[in-house]
Design a protein around this ligand. Structure first.
Ligand code: TYC
Length: 101
C-alpha cells in the first residue's frame, strides 16, 4: 500500500485592521464667547444645543474637553475647520487632536 503523505496545513488568520482613532479636543480660552463655541460645536460636530452646551461648559470649567473620536484625517479636518471658524471672527478658539489610547 502506498504511503499517504500528510501535508500539514498552516493557516494564517487575517485580523481585521481598523484605523487608529483620534480624539478631537476643545481647549478653553478667556475670549471666545460661550454662544460662539456652542454654534461651532453644532455646525462642525453635529451636536444638538444641549450636547454642545455641556461640552462647552466642561471645557470652560476643566480647561479642555474631548468632543468625539474619528479616523485621523476626519479628526484633523474637523479640528481645523472648527479652529478656522473662530479665527475668521478673531477668536483664539482652538481644537486639537490626539491619538486614542
Ligand atoms: N471661557 C470662555 C468664556 O468665558 C468660553 C469658552 C468655553 C471658550 C470653552 C472656549 O473651549 C472653550 N467666554
Amino acid at each position: 500500500m502506498p504511503k499517504t503523505l500528510v501535508k500539514p496545513r498552516t493557516q494564517t488568520k487575517l485580523k481585521t485592521q481598523r484605523p487608529p482613532l483620534y480624539k478631537v479636543i476643545l481647549i478653553n480660552d478667556d475670549y471666545t464667547p460661550r454662544e460662539f463655541v456652542v454654534l461651532v460645536l453644532k455646525a462642525v460636530f453635529r451636536m444638538n444645543e444641549d450636547q454642545a452646551y455641556r461640552v462647552m461648559m466642561t471645557a470652560h470649567q476643566k480647561g479642555a474637553c474631548v468632543i468625539a473620536v474619528y479616523a485621523r484625517d476626519v479628526a484633523e479636518t474637523k479640528a481645523k475647520e472648527a479652529t478656522d471658524l473662530g479665527k475668521q471672527k478673531g477668536y483664539p478658539l482652538f481644537f486639537t487632536t490626539e491619538p486614542e489610547d
